[in-house]
Every structure is written in C-alpha cells, then in structure tokens.
Design a protein around this ligand. Structure first.
Ligand code: FAD
Ligand code: NAP
Ligand code: NAG
Ligand code: NAG
Ligand code: NAG
Length: 537
C-alpha cells in the first residue's frame, strides 16, 4: 500500500486534470459552434426590429435575452428585485451552502457557459449568469426594481407592460422567465414560540454555527439534503431530517441520470419497476426503507445525491418519515411513520431533540397573474399549455420554466435556446405561427397519449419527451421546415428570413396570413409585418 498510494494519487490527479481539460475543451467547441455572436458593444438594433420583453433576470431570462440579442432582436429585461438579488435569480438569493446537485454537463443554460468543475458552487453559477449578461451587453437593457404587474395589448396589437407605453415602449413578444422559486417558505409550526433554540431557512445558513449542536431539518426535498450536508460539514452533534413525504433519490452518476431522462413516454410505464428495483437493490441497499413506497420514479423530480446514504450509514444523520405534532422547549414532537404509511397515518410518537431547526420547506411560487386572464381558463391553464410554455391564445408569449412542475431532465442550453427561437420564429413568420385551435389540439393529443400517467400530462415530463415535442411541432407544419436548423441548433436564420420576405411580398399583394389567434388578428397583421424584413442578420 505504502508504495502504491503516491502513484495512485498521481494517477488520479492526472486523470482528473485530463478530464477537466477535455471538459473545458468540449465546452469551448460548443460555445464556438452554437453561441450566437454577441452584438458589437455600440450596436443599436435595426429600426423596426421586433422587440421582446423578458420578465425575470434569472438564468432563463438572461439566456433567452442573449439569444434574442444575438439574432438581431431588441430586448428589454424587467427584474422585480434590485441587481444584487435579482441578477442571477434564485442563485443570487440562496447562500453558499447551495450548490448544483446534477452534473454541470446537464446545466449548460447557455452555449457559452464554461464550467470548470463537475458540481459548481452557488457563486460560480451566479458568476456564469452575470458573464452571459455582460457578454451580450444586456446591462443597458435591464430595468431592475421593476416588477411586471400587468401585460396588455394596445390597439395595434402590441404588448404594453405595466400600462406604461411611454416609459418602456411596446413589445412584439414576451418571455416570462419568473422561475418557480420565489421567497423562502417559512411555515409556523404548532407552538413554535416554545422552542428555546434558533430557527433558520435552508437558504440562509451562511455563518450559522452548528458545531456540537443538535440540528433538526424539516422537509424532505433537495434543500433538506443541502441542509444535512451543511450540518455534517460544520460538525453538528446530531442531525435528524424530518420528512413528511417521500421523494426518490438517485445517484450522482451521469449515465444513470441520462438513462432515466431517456424515457420517451414521459411517465410511468409497465417497465418502470426495473429502474425502481435496481435503485433499491444497488443504491439504497440497506436503507431501502427510505425509498418511496407506491410512488413511481416518473412522477416527481428526484433528488440527486450520492453522499447522503454514506452519512446515514456512518451514523452521522437520521432520515425520519412522519408528521410534526408540535414544537416543544427541547425539540420537536414527531409521529414517526413506517414505509408506506401515508401522511397523517398511524405511527409512534417520539421527541426529536434540537438546538437548531432548519426549515427546508421550499419556496413560494412566483405569480404569472400579470398575464391576461384568459390564459388561466381551464382546461388550458398552466402547465397545460402548448409545449408547456405558450398559452394557446398567445403564441407571442413564452413562459419558460415558469410553469414547471416536475421532470427528469436537464437545463441544457437546448431548452432555453429552442424555446426562445420558436418564439422568434412565431414572431417573424406568420405562416409558422400556430393557431389557438391547433395549439389546443396538441395539448389534447398529449393528454390523450399520457392518459394513464399517474400525474397530469404536463405535471411531469422527461428530457426525451421534451425533445420529441420539439421535433414533432417542427415536423408537423411544412412552413416550419425551413426553420428547423435555426430552431433546433440556432444556425442559419438568413435563408428562412429571405423566404419570409418573399412570402411577405406575396401577402402584401394578395392579402391574407395568420394573426395571433381568432380575435387577435391585429398583431400578426400589423406588428409583425413592419419589422421582419428589416431585422439584421
Ligand atoms: C437552493 C436551490 C438549488 C437548486 N439547484 C438546482 C440544481 O441543482 N439543478 C437544477 O436543475 N435546478 C436547481 N434549482 C432550481 C432553479 O430554480 C433553477 O436552476 C434555475 O435557477 C431557475 O432559473 P429561472 O431563471 O427560471 O428562475 P429564477 O432564478 O427564479 O429567476 C426568476 C427571476 O424573475 C424575477 N421575477 C419574478 N416575478 C417577476 C415579475 N413579476 N416581474 C419582474 N421580475 C420577476 C425574480 O425576481 C427572479 O429574479 C435550485 C433551486 C434552489 C432554490
Ligand atoms: N441542488 C439542487 O438540486 C437543489 C437544491 C435545493 C433546491 N432545489 C430545487 O429547488 C426547488 C425547491 O426545493 P426545496 O427542497 O427547497 O423545496 P421542496 O422540494 O418544495 O421541498 C419542501 C419540503 O418541505 C416539506 N414541507 C413543506 N412545508 C412543510 C410543513 N409545514 N411541515 C413539514 N414539512 C413541510 C415538503 O413536504 P411536502 O412535499 O409533503 O409538501 C417537502 O418535503 C425544487 O425544484 C428543487 O429541485 C434543487
Ligand atoms: C444568506 O441569505 C440571507 C437571506 O436570504 C441573506 O440576507 C444573507 O445576506 C446571505 N448571506 C450571504 C453570505 O450571502
Ligand atoms: C425552459 O422550459 C423547459 C420546459 O419547461 C425546461 O425543460 C427548460 O429547462 C426551461 N429552462 C430552464 C432554465 O429551466
Ligand atoms: C429542467 C427545468 O425545467 N429547469 C428548472 C426549472 O425550474 C425548476 C424549479 O425551480 C428547476 O428544478 C429546474 O431545474
């Protein structure tokens, strides 16, 4: 052993360095091929270029804005919070105890992102978002401290934000990127005032000293695992996680994650017991009691972690299923349930002692209520929209990741890029634009195909399903074929634009063409026409 370990170390070191080098190299190639060219610093968008309003300066908003700007569109970003907490979105509001749990290869939210590690820290993620923001000259296009409260069409069919046309102008398209994690959720537990220790939210653990203390974490989501890791790292004396519902945990392994994300059906299928059985047998092993009973893996976003079980096995932490009865002076009175017993079901009562309570109880959902009322009418209410993000009444609105419920997938640059480019295509090419009728039929069809899904059709999807959605909607409409390379890869916008200019002339001669939807004809006819042939390449 004595002789081998230095060699072993050296080899590991070389291996890691070579791998890191190759990873960086591959990312440079991706950036070179796929990142749209940023505009020159002093560039002004061409007069009459379509304008897109981006709501939210998190990674979705910043990435979407960069795609718009890179393809010659004009953008204005609206961010509710001040720059310090708003730019970077949720990653600027959680403390450094949060980090990426999935491999960064699946978190390339923009083609120019360059991760230098497999699991970047919160600070590194925030930094990458800011870099994209700077690189695409978005600083002068961002209004901070500006919550969007309303979105209306003016008489020309253009979008007006917060009823203030004179201040912000009008917009042809909207990207609502408000995210799904807003303010921290801090429920008050029964008799919480009796507790003599301290209570913190999981996003606010920097500088909190847990050394030698008993830490109780409330919640069973990804934030609970992060809080557990924080407590282990700061040398807590005892750690208990109190979880009232079960979620699947999958290993930090790119191959396993990719395999799970490849379920093209996007729901539980007759073979889903196979991955579930394998996970219990080879990953949970002796701890399979923690795994969810009777809840399929394709129903809920799983948590990605490999160290949790080691920490439980090493006796550093306990993971307890059950319901909180009340808080006491010394800790939490808890009804401990066995596997398979539902929330609120029978169990046995214990007192879990605590000096610190960490609320890993999640975040409240930002509201989309600034959108026109009719987009919320069931049965076509979010997330049951066209491709989950376009309300069927308005293909000029793209609400990326704001309707998200659950999925097994990735936040690859593909999603944000593809969604943004679909929107851009709809804006400039009326023939490619779906009508309300067909958008609703697509939603109906997806519901029909997923009618046996234990979740609603849009409450859970997989990566493979998402790719199928994109390919389907591009292939189904011949007028979109010329756009395929642009929509899917961000290359070659010149050619379809030339065709559209030709079609435009034809339409100018003969009339016709499609509006946004029935009753919204204005938009398509007037607003799109003006700019499109003049957009810079
Ligand atoms: C602790 C933590 C860890 C996470 N880790 C992972 C992970 O490992 N992997 C993963 O895939 N995901 C993870 N996530 C999920 C995370 O939500 C996404 O990674 C991503 O940051 C979402 O980006 P977004 O731009 O869509 O939303 P956000 O980052 O939430 O940004 C939305 C922005 O919109 C602004 N806004 C909202 N409403 C309005 C309005 N009306 N007007 C103007 N502005 C508005 C908000 O102020 C906010 O800045 C994590 C989340 C948390 C909380
Ligand atoms: N690095 C990462 O990957 C990472 C880290 C953190 C967060 N995230 C993401 O961020 C989002 C939020 O995650 P999160 O873990 O903060 O929140 P979450 O997934 O919403 O989980 C909150 C947990 O708290 C429980 N809870 C809520 N209120 C409670 C109460 N009053 N009493 C007892 N338990 C209560 C919930 O139980 P019920 O389910 O029964 O309501 C749930 O187990 C998710 O999308 C997640 O994927 C990712
Ligand atoms: C941690 O989060 C809290 C609450 O969001 C914030 O006030 C504090 O400044 C953060 N601390 C650090 C070091 O970022
Ligand atoms: C955009 O939306 C799709 C589908 O909801 C999602 O998979 C993609 O990751 C979103 N973008 C981000 C950053 O989450
Ligand atoms: C994959 C995906 O849809 N992207 C993110 C959207 O928001 C949720 C919740 O904040 C994240 O968990 C996803 O990673």
């Amino acid at each position: 052993m004595g002789i081998f370990s230095p060699i072993e170390h050296l080899l590991t070191d070389i291996y890691v360095k070579v791998f890191a080098y190759l990873y960086m190299l591959a990312q440079s190639v991706l950036a070179f091929v796929f990142a749209p060219t940023p505009p020159p610093p002093s560039a002004r968008p061409k007069k009459g270029a379509p304008r897109v309003a981006i709501i939210g300066a998190g990674l979705t908003g910043v990435s979407a804005a960069s795609h718009c700007v890179g393809h010659g569109f004009d953008v204005q970003i609206f961010e509710a919070r001040p720059k310090k907490e708003g730019l970077g979105g949720i990653w600027s509001r959680v403390n450094s105890t949060s980090a990426l749990q999935i491999h960064s290869i699946m978190f390339r939210f923009h083609p120019s992102v360059k991760w230098d590690s497999a699991y970047p820290t919160q600070a590194q993620i925030k930094q990458q978002i800011i870099e994209v923001w700077k690189q695409y000259d978005l600083e002068r296009r961002t209004a901070f401290n500006t919550p969007v409260k309303s979105l209306k069409k003016n008489k020309d069919g253009k979008w007006v934000i917060n009823n203030d046309e004179s201040k912000y102008g009008t917009f042809d398209g909207i990207v609502a990127a408000v995210g799904s994690c807003g303010d921290p959720k801090m429920p008050t537990l029964p008799h919480q005032d009796r507790f003599k220790g301290q209570v913190f939210h999981s996003s606010n653990l920097d500088g909190k000293d847990a050394k030698g203390k008993r830490v109780v974490v409330i919640g069973g989501g990804a934030s609970a695992i992060e809080a557990l890791e924080y407590a282990v790292n700061s040398g807590a004396a005892r750690i208990d996680v109190l979880s009232r519902s079960d979620k699947w945990i999958i290993p930090r392994n790119v191959v396993v994650n990719v395999l799970l994300a490849s379920n093209i059906f996007g729901q539980e299928i007759s073979l889903s017991w196979v991955p579930e059985w394998l996970l219990r047998k080879f990953f949970y092993r002796d701890l399979s009691d923690i795994s969810p009973a009777g809840k399929g893996i394709f129903t809920d976003t799983p948590m990605v972690n490999s160290e949790l079980f080691d920490q439980i096995r090493a006796g550093k932490a306990r993971w307890l299923r059950g319901d909180i009865i009340c808080v006491e002076n010394e800790g939490i009175r808890f009804n401990h349930r066995s596997q398979g017993v539902p929330k609120g079901g029978p169990g046995h009562e214990i007192l879990v002692e605590a000096d610190i309570i960490v609320m890993a109880t999640g975040f409240s959902r930002p509201s989309l209520s600034f959108l026109p009322d009719k987009v919320f009418q069931p049965p076509y209410n979010p997330p049951s929209w066209y491709l989950q993000v376009f309300p069927p009444q308005y293909p000029s609105i793209c609400a990326n990741n704001s309707t998200y419920v659950n999925a097994i997938g990735t936040v690859g640059n593909y999603h944000i890029g593809i969604y943004t480019r679909l929107l851009l295509m709809f804006l400039v090419d009326p023939l490619s634009r779906p009508t309300e009728f067909w958008m609703k039929r697509w939603i109906d069809m997806t519901r029909f195909m997923k009618r046996f899904a234990p979740t609603g059709a849009f409450d859970f999807f997989t990566y493979a399903e998402l790719i199928y959605w994109f390919l389907f909607v591009v292939a189904i409409n011949p007028f979109r074929w010329k756009w395929a390379a642009f929509v899917l890869f961000g290359i070659g916008r010149g050619l379809p634009m030339t065709v559209v200019a030709g079609e435009d002339q034809l339409r100018a001669m003969g009339g016709g063409g499609g509006g946004e939807s029935q009753g919204e004809k204005n938009e398509g006819e007037k607003s799109q026409r003006g700019g499109k042939s003049e957009v810079s390449k």
